[in-house]
Each structure stands twice: as structure tokens, then as C-alpha cells.
Design a binder for this molecule. Structure first.
Ligand code: NDP
Length: 313
């Protein structure tokens, strides 16, 4: 939607002096589907909150976080390129975010009379007392929940997985899959040295997991694409179609959700594999962030419908 496009509807009329704010900071950020997803959820929950998107230059990230805290924003999501840099800009970082080396959700918390820290969103009328910024990472749990739902796969324990990529999303996926108890992980990346580095790092946290920085000779239970190859409409698949045809993995998951069907998913489907794109990961990282802010179950079906409408219609 263009900046000068007129917007109307009951939500706009509701904004008043009590309206509280959440936001996503990215650079660029205009592609983000998070405002559509979160504002639909906030309406459904009957909360007088709004979720905005702000294009924050990396040089201004610390100032933007400090500004959000000073204005008693309830929370902030971080997207590319801020997730790693933010680690050093927050007062508290969860063990998960520290392990993954990235923050995608900030919760602003207020200190109560007994010294306890409560998310501002659970008591938004409280506008006194000291605040702190608490960093979390919900990307990895979002992936796990999406894999389980999209493939009706309740337990990943013992699975063999081929993970493509070695960037931030691949790192989160590798560590989460290890935490889920998979038995074997194969890591492949365009820059092989980065796959080897990631393999070493995952091994230090999960020494029992067998990790190979190479394509598997046998088939696997799951292939996850965590590369950005596929984002452009004419991108080829990040895996040879011959490998897919001959090994026919049971499930192929592409973290990319726009386009809805990448070359990888198309070729995997043709090879007879079950497939899913990354929409569920986006949905469930958002649902987990919202639950951290407000302490209530996220209306996931409303959020899913808002995402589908925003991204695909
Ligand atoms: P990074 O920039 O950290 O990593 C990019 C990865 O893609 C690297 O492994 C890189 O390899 C690889 N890559 C880039 N271009 C190519 C290419 N032409 N051929 C082969 N490999 C390539 O990005 P992220 O890890 O943050 O994101 C990766 C993907 O995951 C993106 O598509 C992103 O949209 C998606 N994602 C989806 C989410 C969701 O909610 N569904 C959440 C987060 C990410 P190399 O090391 O050689 O450069």
C-alpha cells in the first residue's frame, strides 16, 4: 500500500491517547507482512494497541530501541539486518536468543514493587517505574511448530535432516532441530567453509548429534531450505533435481514463503515429496512474540488469514 493511499475503517477511528504501540524495525521494512498479521490479531483480542513498521538504518538501531523504550512501546520485532547487532543493545537476553546469536523480539518490562519484571503489555496502564529491554528469539520455535503442523509430525526425535544454508536462519534451524532431538544432520552451503563452521558450532552445544557438512548419500526424513535462493521468481532450486529424484526425501520445507512455491518445492513435489513453505514459520514466530507481549494465546487462525491475504492476494 502506498504511503498516500487512504485507509479507513474502525481500527483507525479507535486510535486515541490510550493506544499503545508495538513495531517491527528493519532496513528495508516495507515488504514486511508483520503489521498485517499483528494488527489483525490485536483487533481480534480487543486490544487498543497498534503495530507499526519502521525503517531503521543499522547506525540508528540503538537509538531506535532506546526511543521505543522511552516511549513505553510494548514490544519490538527485529528483522534483517538487525537481529545480531541487537544482542549487545539490550539489558537482558534470553538463553535461547543468546544460543542462537540473534534477537527477533524485544519485550519492554516494568519493575514491580517486589522487584519482579513484568512485560508492559500485561499491565499497559502502569506508566511508572523503571523499565528494561528483554531480548528473545521466537524464529526457531516458529520453525519447529510449523514443521510439526505442516507435516503432521508430532515428534522430530531420531529424524535425519538435510539443511541448506549457513546464515542466521540456518543457524537457528540447526540448533532448534538439534534441540528437538534429531539423530543426524547434513549441512550444505554455497560457501562450504561456513557450513563446516556451523557444524562445529552445533557440535559444541549438541555433542551427541552426528553432523556432516556434506550432501547425504542416503535419503533423509526432511530437507530444509534456509538459503535465500528462491526469493527471486527465476531462481533455480538450491538442490539438484537429480538428487531429489533419486533420494526422494519424505518432506521438503522451504523457509521462503514468497513466492508460495519455489523451484525447490515444485521439483520436490514432482519427485513425490511432501512440501511446505515458510508461511507457518512466519506465523508462529509472530504468535510467540505476541504471546510474550500480552500473555494471552495468539489468535493464530486470524493471523494466518491476514498473512495469506497480505502476501498472496
Ligand atoms: P543470510 O543472509 O544470513 O543467509 C543467506 C544464506 O543463503 C547463506 O547460507 C548464503 O550462502 C545462501 N545464499 C545466498 N544466495 C545464494 C545463492 N545464490 N545460491 C546459494 N546459496 C545462497 O539470510 P537468513 O539466514 O536470514 O535467511 C535465509 C532465508 O530464510 C531467506 O530466504 C529468508 O527469507 C528466509 N527466512 C524465512 C523466515 C520465515 O519466517 N519463514 C525467517 C527467517 C528467514 P553463503 O554463505 O554462501 O553466502
Amino acid at each position: 500500500m502506498a504511503y498516500n493511499q487512504r485507509v479507513s475503517g474502525p481500527s483507525i477511528a479507535m486510535i486515541n491517547a490510550s493506544t499503545r504501540v508495538c513495531a517491527v524495525f528493519g532496513h528495508p521494512v516495507r515488504h514486511s507482512a508483520s503489521p498485517a498479521m499483528h494488527n489483525a490479531a490485536l483487533d481480534a483480542l480487543g486490544l487498543n494497541w497498534r503495530y507499526l513498521a519502521a525503517a531503521v538504518h543499522p547506525d540508528d538501531l540503538a537509538a531506535a530501541i532506546a526511543g521505543a523504550r522511552a516511549m513505553r512501546y510494548l514490544g519490538v520485532n527485529l528483522t534483517v539486518p538487525h537481529k545480531v547487532a541487537a544482542l549487545e543493545m539490550l539489558e537482558v537476553v534470553s538463553a535461547k536468543a543468546r544460543l542462537l546469536g540473534a534477537v527477533n523480539t524485544i519485550v519492554f518490562e516494568a519493575r514491580g514493587p517486589a522487584g519482579e519484571w513484568t512485560p508492559l503489555g500485561r499491565n499497559p496502564e502502569d506508566d511508572s517505574g523503571p523499565l528494561r529491554s528483554h531480548g528473545h528469539n521466537t524464529d526457531a520455535v516458529g520453525l519447529a511448530r510449523s514443521l510439526k503442523e505442516d507435516f503432521q509430525w508430532s515428534d522430530l526425535r531420531g529424524a535425519t535432516v538435510l539443511l541448506l544454508g549457513a546464515g542466521g536462519a540456518a543457524r537457528a534451524a540447526a540448533l532448534q532441530l538439534a534441540e528437538e532431538g534429531i539423530a543426524r544432520l547434513f549441512l550444505v552451503n554455497r560457501t562450504a567453509a561456513r557450513a563446516e563452521e556451523l557444524a562445529g558450532e552445533v557440535s559444541t552445544h549438541f555433542p551427541a548429534l552426528k553432523i556432516t557438512a556434506n550432501l547425504p548419500g542416503e535419503t533423509v526424513d526432511l530437507v530444509v531450505n534456509a538459503t535465500s535462493l528462491g526469493l527471486k521468481p527465476n531462481d533455480p532450486a538450491p538442490l539438484e533435481s537429480e538428487w531429489l529424484r533419486t533420494h526422494r526425501p519424505a518432506r521438503v520445507y522451504d523457509m521462503i514463503y514468497r513466492p508460495a512455491e519455489t523451484a525447490l518445492l515444485r521439483e520436490a513435489k514432482n519427485a513425490g515429496c511432501r512440501t511446505a513453505n515458510g508461511l507457518g514459520m512466519l506465523l508462529y514466530q509472530g504468535a510467540a512474540a505476541l504471546e510474550l507481549w500480552c500473555g494471552r494465546p495468539a489468535p493464530v487462525e486470524i493471523m494466518r488469514a491476514a498473512l495469506q491475504q497480505h502476501i498472496y492476494v
